[in-house]
Design a protein around this ligand. Sequence first.
Ligand code: F6R
Length: 365
Amino acid sequence: ELGTYTHFMEKEIFEQPAALENTMRGRFSEDGSTAQFGGLNISAVDLRQVDRIHFLACGSAWHSCLVTEHLIEHFARVPVEVDYASEFRYRNMPLGNNTLFFTVSQSGETIDTLAALREAKRKGYKVLAVSNVVGSTIAREADGGVYQHVGPEIGVASTKAFTSQILLGAMLGLYLGRMRDMSFSDGVEIVKALKGAPDLVRRTLEQAPHIKAIAQRYAHFHDFLFLGRLSLFPVALEGALKLKEISYIHAEGYPAAEMKHGPIALISEKCPSVFFVSSGEMFHKVISSMQEIKARKGPIIAIATEACELPEGLADEVIRIPECHEAVLPVVATVPVQLLSYYIADALKRDVDKPRNLAKSVTVE
Ligand code: F6R
């Protein structure tokens, strides 16, 4: 089953172009201006009434929801809430009438997510599910939903399931947006961008040898920060989670500008920061956050889109990713941190596919 790969995690990272194709297959309208989903089980008229969407998930799936929040709010202008399923089930928060719930779970068996689904249903809400496992408990108990179709994910650390969840988030944002104020031509542009995602991921995967060399130089550090803004902030959280769970290195993710409110105290030559840099409105702000780190001798690994001109000497390492549409940027930006974490863990001879203390699906509270 592993073929030429050493670990399932490695295989699943490299499978992502095909996995993303499978997530999208058959899910765009004939006129190429919107997404379509067969199993939502909710009429367009009812979906049009929804004025808030509440996402519930755990772990990487929760990070995917934070990216989705950004994409749905941006494309469809529908307010989105994201909760840890484990907290939602006990919080008893006031909820609106026209709220739609989504649970997101690769396995479809995570007990906290299942309990949160049941709690939302008990309150009389419609709950849809994003899941990868057909016929899983969460998929069966939900009122409808979307399957990811990325094939079995065997490595404990989520990789292809995560990028597929974000891609579906963008597709949901597109779908809801086209029911609201998004024009035909804006829809067409997003569909084109989404269809291009597998190829952009393929191009990013070509950076693997370069990222492996960086990983070998950085594997001895004990602390890392991951910093990004807007939709790349949750990708920073995901990068930190990947690194800590498989390499056992301490890592934290933050929105880049939050640095100065505390975490900057950690910075020294012993604590590298991984920065996500994209061209656009946040470029100069991210550069100035990098300068604050550099002034305190913090090593910097920049994951930067091709058009970003980084000031000479600012980053110690640069990993380039293609320029891409905002609908697919978080998917593409995830790939280098998956590879970085994988190669660091492998350099440290960790049990990459079965990290200590972790199980693939958490079926106890
Ligand atoms: C991290 C990871 C976990 C899962 C979490 C939810 O790499 O795999 O954080 O994302 O346990 O699992 P699912 O999606 O199966 O509900």
